[in-house]
Ligand binder design. Structure first.
Ligand SMILES: C[S@@+](CC[C@H](N)C(=O)[O-])C[C@H]1O[C@@H](n2cnc3c(N)ncnc32)[C@H](O)[C@@H]1O
Length: 223
């Protein structure tokens, strides 16, 4: 992300509306995953694109050796403050999603809720190769991907035809005029076929669900 795009999308949302977003609860799907990780004795979990840390706080409170990273300086500082206020311990680093600041082969799980699709296909592949490298054998990747059935995929396609949005490649758009939401940041929309055959090709896919126009994936690195 360049300095120019840093002021768009999530950095701006976190700065302008961060206090409201701090009230957001962890996703029920992540809560269920955390119970599974605990039951399996997993210890080291990274929250990629952790935002304000709703999932990182949960992981730290549940006793995991937790870490998080995010490109947004505002997210990182709010997340660190929230951890300190709750007397919880976790490392939070500002970094790009394709450069998880952990040693290779050390993580039991990487969680990436609504993050990885903020990239072109090459960027997503780089991020998932990075995740794969940081996981232990048998480690999990739990993440969401935007679906081509999402209404904003269609809207972006139509706006690109009218010259209002930018089409970077197939199903990958920027809507520069979106000053309210996050669509001024790149979004890649994906199909089940692309997920299984290309993006997650290095993983064993344990489950793949289509929920509210997004894909929810639990995948595992081979042993
Ligand atoms: C929809 S928010 C999700 C935050 C968090 N995962 C949650 O569920 O509360 C997306 C997050 O991804 C981060 N992000 C976007 N592009 C990124 C990149 N290239 N590298 C790292 N983080 C990125 C944003 O800063 C933002 O905090």
């Amino acid at each position: 992300m360049t300095d120019a795009t840093l002021n768009l999308g999530w950095e701006r949302i976190w700065r302008e509306q961060g206090s409201r977003w701090e009230l957001q609860e962890p996703q029920a799907e992540v809560v269920a995953l955390v119970a599974r990780l605990k039951a399996e004795g997993k210890r080291r979990v990274h929250d990629l694109g952790c935002g304000l840390g709703r999932h990182l706080l949960l992981l730290a409170a549940e006793g995991f050796q937790a870490s998080g990273s995010d490109i947004s300086p505002e997210a990182v500082s709010r997340c660190q403050r929230r951890l300190a206020e709750s007397s919880l311990s976790a490392t939070v680093t500002r970094s790009e999603m394709d450069a998880i600041p952990e040693e290779d082969g050390c993580l039991d799980c990487v969680i990436a809720w609504n993050v990885v699709y903020h990239a072109t296909v090459e960027g997503i592949l780089r991020t998932l190769r990075g995740v794969h490298g940081k996981l232990k054998p048998g480690g999990y990747f739990f993440g969401t991907f935007a679906s081509t059935s999402h209404s904003s995929c269609d809207l972006s396609r139509r706006e690109a035809e009218e010259g209002l949005a930018e089409r970077l490649e197939a199903d990958t758009y920027i809507r520069p005029h979106d000053t309210e939401g996050d669509k001024a940041l790149v979004h890649h929309y994906t199909t089940e076929e692309e997920l299984r055959e290309r993006l997650l090709a290095g993983f064993e896919v344990l489950s793949l669900e289509h929920l509210s126009s997004r894909w929810l994936v639990l995948a595992r690195k081979g042993m």
